[in-house]
Write a protein that binds this ligand. Structure first.
Ligand code: PMP
Length: 426
């Protein structure tokens, strides 16, 4: 019978090493917040396929919606023969996005593609080339999105040159002594040193830096970005590929940021495990590119649209936004209690159910402990809990558990985490 070890050997022989692996476990089946591997072992899934499973693995409503769509047709290409689910999903996202202005939506397939297209639209609308992103930000693995991503290793190593006219500002992290004033000053410095503000098309920011370590934008940051953008005719893009689709307790985290962006990218949990991504934004901005300028063969696939419409229904029926807020408080409270006993837990932070622990030697953020974070993830997997790291220094353990997980499963996962912290001497 199949074993993880045998499959790993086959994987190493057949698959490029450039695709990393957080775990050496091969999945056999999954349901809600649980996964079983090929050896029959059960795991609690606190990773959610990197923020894709807010509605859990194989939610019956999502699976049923996709099956129903499959029985009708699976592909026409929206540019060739259109279909209602695409239009309906666009209507739904337009209504959900913050901002008192008319909105339109474009669908693609991956998060990186959504970001690529947001930049294309921003350039098309403004007629300007420049884009400002943030150190520690993550936007994808295509050439433009790698250019925007603010972390060299491992993402950018050896892959340049990246598109020109992309600049990185400083992300505010008050607990590390980097204020919102410092972050805004770093943008002003870009205007002075690198590119004049009148040639900047867009500033792109994650409401909570995801891969960068779950750094939540301070409350005044998006309003300050909004004001700066308005002053210079720059568009504000919120990359909500990780924060969107209800993870933070509102459908878009932007709803909590105190300022409406001109465009929002979303993907991941939008379709509960099926590939689709979106750019939702100000109608006159979104309509800048001429007909034929946007699209893609699989962009906005009928299966993805059907799945996403079912996800929206599940969010309403199961009140998952309230559930995200509840789970976030529950996890944050337990982790903060654990942090009193474990000095290496330098900070517990998050927004809604996007929660993370940062490890530092002697409890110091200035002494990131990636080794310990790695040990915690490995020891947790041995005890049946799937976790992921993140962070510029790789020293953050993040939780992206399905919002549909039962209290019993969440408690079981948190108890495993607590025993792991004792075991590794955190
Ligand atoms: N933007 C953000 C904020 C992300 O977290 C990610 C994926 N981690 C992406 C873009 C890229 O998404 P994808 O991997 O679907 O291309």
């Amino acid at each position: 019978h199949l074993t993880n070890a045998a499959l790993l050997a086959r994987r190493q022989a057949a698959v490029v090493r450039g695709v990393g692996h957080a775990h050496t476990i091969f999945a056999e089946r999954a349901s809600n917040a649980e996964v079983w591997d090929v050896e029959g072992r059960r795991f609690i899934d606190f990773a959610g396929g990197i923020a894709v499973l807010n509605t859990g693995h194989c939610h019956p409503k999502v699976i049923a919606a996709v099956k129903a769509q499959m029985d009708k047709f699976t592909h026409t290409c929206f540019q060739v023969l259109a279909y209602e689910p695409y239009v309906e999903l666009a209507e739904r996202l337009n209504a959900l996005a913050p901002g008192q202005f008319a909105k339109k939506t474009l669908f693609l397939t991956t998060g990186a593609e959504a970001v690529e297209n947001a930049i294309k639209i921003a350039r098309s609308h403004t007629g300007r080339p420049g884009v400002i992103a943030f150190g520690g930000g993550y936007h994808g693995r295509t050439m433009m999105t790698l250019g925007l991503t603010g972390k060299v290793a491992p993402y950018k190593l050896g892959f340049g040159p990246f598109p020109a006219d992309v600049f990185h500002a400083t992300w505010p992290m008050p607990s590390r002594g980097i204020s919102v004033d410092d972050a805004i000053a770093s943008i002003e410095a870009i205007f002075r040193n690198d590119i004049e503000a009148s040639r900047v098309a867009a500033i792109i920011a994650e409401p909570v830096q995801g891969e960068g370590g779950f750094h939540v934008a301070p409350p005044e940051f998006f309003p300050r970005l909004r004001a700066l953008c308005d002053q210079h005719g720059i568009l504000l893009i919120a990359d909500e590929v990780q924060t969107g689709a209800g993870r933070t307790g509102t459908w878009f985290a932007s709803e909590q940021m105190g300022a409406a962006p001109d465009m929002i990218t979303s993907a991941k949990s939008l379709a509960g495990g099926f590939p689709i991504s979106a750019v939702t934004g100000r109608a006159e901005v979104m309509d800048a590119p001429a007909p034929g300028g946007l699209g893609g063969t699989y962009a906005g696939s009928p299966l993805g649209c059907a799945a996403a419409l079912a996800v929206l229904e599940v969010f309403e029926e199961e009140q998952l936004l309230a559930r995200a807020r509840h789970l976030g408080e529950k996890m944050m409270t337990s982790l903060r209690i654990l942090a009193r006993r474990h000095r290496s837990m330098a900070e517990v932070r998050g927004l809604g159910a996007m929660v993370a622990i940062e490890f530092g030697r002697d409890g110091e953020l200035a002494q990131p402990d990636a080794e310990l974070a790695k040990k915690v993830v490995a020891a947790a997997a041995e005890r049946g809990l799937i976790l992921l790291t993140c962070g510029t220094w790789g020293n953050v353990v993040r939780i992206l558990v399905p919002l549909t997980a039962s209290d019993a499963v969440i408690d079981e996962g948190l108890a495993i985490l607590a025993s792991v912290l004792d075991h590794v001497g955190a």
